[in-house]
Design a protein around this ligand. Structure first.
Ligand SMILES: [Zn+2]
Length: 221
């Protein structure tokens, strides 16, 4: 049975480069691959752009309400008709922007179609909250692999701080819609706290209540 892999990292951890390298490794051995990304990401239109300058068009984009299994089967049929061989791997860039249902589709493709799915994405947003697609991937992927990058201080970076016109901002929407130049800097926990004034989770997410009942009827006491 094929597996669903989630390879996650902070911004600038080389996810797109790793994806393109994985695609190349398959194709070097004569295999067919499919590359896809959510349509919400407009950074490179319908291309995957690595920081090292390599760019490659995706085979298909995934609209916000699209059923990924159907899109995959359509593209798979096209590949088989064109090349006479089946798809060996599905590679997804910017997987954090998928919906939870679409991530479930990725798991179905791995299990039911026996095609490995390699999903690359960012774990958390600029307020340290998981993107919905990333949260679902952390829950159900067969394999998790962290792609590492370095903070300005030399520690491992795990967060993505947002800068607008050169200044750190810690309030706003999960996907930036501010006016001005928006960039992200990968920071370690310590540097993130210094810049944010000591706060994690300035976003909307309420705290989960794990205080199991303490009365005589509690199942957990
Ligand atoms: Zn740091």
């Amino acid at each position: 049975m094929a597996k669903l892999y989630f390879r996650y990292g902070a911004m600038n951890s080389g996810k797109s480069t790793a994806l393109l390298q994985a695609a190349y490794n398959y194709e070097e051995r004569g295999h067919q691959v499919l590359l896809a990304k959510p349509a919400i990401d407009s950074k490179g239109e319908a291309s995957i752009i690595s920081r090292l300058g390599v760019t490659r068009a995706v085979d298909f984009t995934i609209a916000p309400d699209e059923v990924v299994t159907e899109a995959f089967m359509r593209e798979r049929t096209r590949v088989i008709a064109a090349t006479g061989s089946d798809v060996s791997c599905l590679l997804i860039d910017e997987a954090q922007f998928l919906s939870e249902e679409q991530v479930d589709d990725l798991l179905r493709i791995a299990i039911e179609e026996d095609v490995p799915v390699l999903a690359y994405g960012i774990r958390t947003d600029f307020q340290t909250i998981a993107f919905p697609g990333s949260r679902r991937l952390l829950e159900i992927a067969h394999s998790l692999e962290e792609l590492k990058t370095i903070c300005r201080c030399g520690r491992k970076a795990i967060f993505n701080a947002r800068k607008v016109d050169g200044r750190f901002v810690f309030d706003g929407d999960q996907v930036a819609i501010e006016q001005g130049e928006v960039v992200y800097e990968s920071l370690c926990g310590q540097c993130y706290l210094e810049e944010s004034g000591g706060a994690f989770n300035r976003g909307w997410r309420p705290r989960l209540d794990f205080s199991y009942g303490s009365g005589p009827d509690s199942d957990f006491s």
